[in-house]
Design a protein around this ligand. Structure first.
Ligand code: ADP
Ligand code: TMP
Length: 239
């Protein structure tokens, strides 16, 4: 019997009959302000799942170890069950979002080198910023584990920045999550979609990510569908 383990802000996680395998269901909803703002968007789950599946397959093809097993249907994937690190790893290539508001900067300047920030995943605490020594103090990860996860983040940035560039989009920033498999291996988990990255059209500078919802700029599902079409094209060409 399948059992619903967790309903999050964008996905549900179901235990399958195999102990180490989960079924992920992408929901037709978007949230902002850590879930305080929530809305239904028909077709959003399908688009986010299609984009994330393509990105994970591309990363796997390029040597990144991930939780992804396969896409099951429009809204569903099978993934390897992980014990998740309660951390969000944010990499920023360009000034935007909270980096701009926190330091009083205007959005859009390319950063001299990627900025790396870690956040402690806690809805109750509003995902506070956390540094390496605090992560150790809280017992959420070791120095070696943090090094390993940041090294994967850098490889992902190195693979995805040129991929999105070919698709006419600037990868402004993104958030990754990691988990530990039952054999102890650390893998990239969760998702990679416009829900957890910023993508700007290179020509028009239009936002092509969840900021269209956060800032009421355009239709969310239509925007994600455009990202998908562009990504499909460059990934087909890459084959
Ligand atoms: P949130 O928890 O932030 O609301 P989601 O709605 O995306 O986010 O829920 C998916 C949840 O599943 C997240 O908490 C994420 O950390 C977790 N998760 C992602 N991949 C795996 C995995 N392979 N095994 C176990 N948990 C996972
Ligand atoms: P920020 O500028 O709001 O800190 O976001 C940086 C990047 O991290 C952006 O691509 C969106 C992503 N992100 C998430 O995926 N989840 C979150 O809870 C937050 C705050 C950001």
């Amino acid at each position: 019997m399948e059992k619903l383990l967790y309903t999050g802000k964008a996905k549900q996680m179901w235990q399958t009959t195999e102990p180490d395998v989960l079924r992920v269901v992408y929901l037709d909803q978007a949230t902002a302000l850590n879930g305080k703002k929530k809305e239904r968007f028909a077709g959003k789950g399908k688009a986010a799942n299609a984009i994330s599946s393509l990105v994970f397959q591309y990363l796997i093809k390029n040597g990144i170890e991930t939780h992804f097993i396969k896409k099951l249907s429009d809204n569903e994937d099978l993934v390897k069950k992980c014990e998740m690190f309660p951390l969000e790893f944010v990499t920023r290539n360009v000034v935007a979002g909270h980096f701009a508001s926190r330091y009083g900067l205007t959005e859009g300047k390319k950063l001299p080198e990627p900025v790396e920030e870690t956040f402690y995943k806690s809805d109750q605490l509003d995902d506070p910023f956390i540094n390496e020594s605090a992560s150790i103090a809280l017992g959420v990860a070791s120095h070696d584990e943090l090094d390993k996860m940041w090294s994967i983040c850098r490889r992902v940035n190195g693979l995805l920045t040129p991929l999105f560039e070919k698709a006419g989009m600037q990868l402004v920033d993104f958030k990754l999550e990691f988990g530990r498999l039952s054999n102890g291996d650390i893998v990239l988990a969760d998702e990679f979609s416009p829900d957890n990255c910023r993508l700007w059209d290179i020509k028009t500078e239009q936002h092509m990510d969840k900021d269209v919802y956060r800032r009421k700029l355009a239709d969310l599902t239509q925007t994600y569908d455009q990202v998908l079409v562009r990504l499909q094209k460059v990934i087909m060409e890459d084959k």
